[in-house]
Design a protein around this ligand. Structure first.
Ligand code: ADP
Length: 292
């Protein structure tokens, strides 16, 4: 086992095989496989209760597992050393920062925990809190507070950043600003795993994503690949000369349109060609169609 995991660890920042976790009678993670390459932004997408947080906590080394193999930056999180921990950035969502300190003091304070921290001023600029550097933490808005949490997650210059539902509770503008921040970090070379139940977030940020349902990965790929692989057929609709609407489901819509062009000898009345959106694909994969 060690040989195989070591060979993969060179290429994969995160390598998970057959991960299992039960809480009493509940199987939260049920044979989950995951491979995250160095330098990519990877989205773990799934509805509430799918097992995302449990998975991330296991990758952080903050929760035990019942089965499976896990390698994070080449080490098993269950036995991760302090040196290993300093290479993994965790963004806490609780009130971990001391609220009486200023933003600058807080970031400098946390920098001391790491062997090779980033420059606190640079990190404050990166997360867009320059103007707030001398404000007390308790005076920050919710969105600013979350930016500070991210600053504390990256101050140690981690190779891998783990973000569990980073934008839950954000308004749309704050969410978009946060996405820009994630892209900046990714451009900086940080490998990022983020969990989300927002499809648009995964689509906006992730190079690749895994759709998780009931504790396992039900689909994995780039957003475009998932759409292609699971999207199924296109639908061509048009109107007949007598005014009756028509629809045809086909894997070859261009052929259908060509045949219609020939038949109508030109413009096809009210022609539309639609393909399933990634949202359709996501809802189908997670078995949620019925509840929408
Ligand atoms: P997600 O992050 O995708 O919403 P979670 O990992 O939080 O999913 O939860 C997966 C399942 O495990 C859910 O059914 C949840 O209720 C259950 N669960 C999570 N944490 C605990 C816990 N500490 N004790 C008992 N059950 C838990």
């Amino acid at each position: 086992m060690l040989g195989g995991m070591t060979a993969h660890a060179n290429e994969l920042a995160v390598d998970v095989r057959g991960l299992r976790k039960r809480y009493g009678g509940v199987s939260a993670v049920d044979g989950l496989d995951l491979g995250i390459r160095r330098g990519e932004v990877f989205g773990l997408l799934g509805p509430n209760g799918a097992g995302k947080s449990t998975t991330v906590e296991i990758l952080q080394g903050n929760r035990s597992r019942d089965g499976g193999e896990v390698s994070v930056l080449g080490a098993d999180p269950a036995t991760g050393t302090r040196a290993w921990r300093s290479r993994v950035g965790i963004v806490w969502q609780d009130e971990s920062a001391p609220v009486e300190l200023t933003v600058g003091e807080t970031v400098r304070h946390f920098a001391r925990y790491y062997p090779q921290p980033r420059d606190p001023r640079e990190v404050i600029r990166l997360v867009g809190l320059e103007a707030k550097a001398d404000s007390r933490v308790k005076a920050l808005s919710g969105g600013q507070r979350r930016r500070l949490d991210v600053a504390l997650g990256v101050i140690g210059d981690p190779e891998l950043l783990l973000l569990d539902e980073p934008t839950t509770g954000f308004d749309p503008a704050a969410r978009r600003q946060f996405w820009d921040l994630i892209r900046l970090l990714a451009d900086d070379g940080t490998t990022i795993l983020l969990t989300t139940h927002y499809l648009e977030e995964a689509e906006a940020l992730a190079d690749r994503l895994a759709v998780v349902a009931r504790g396992r990965v039900v689909a994995e790929g780039t957003p475009a690949e998932l759409r292609r692989r699971y999207g199924g057929e296109a639908t061509v609709t048009w109107t007949e000369p007598d005014g009756s609407p028509r629809a045809e489901h086909t894997a070859a819509p261009t052929r259908t349109v060509a045949a219609l062009m020939h038949r109508f000898d030109g413009e096809i009345p009210a022609l539309t060609v639609t393909r399933p959106t990634l949202e359709d694909v996501y809802l189908r994969l997670t078995g949620q169609e019925a509840v929408r």
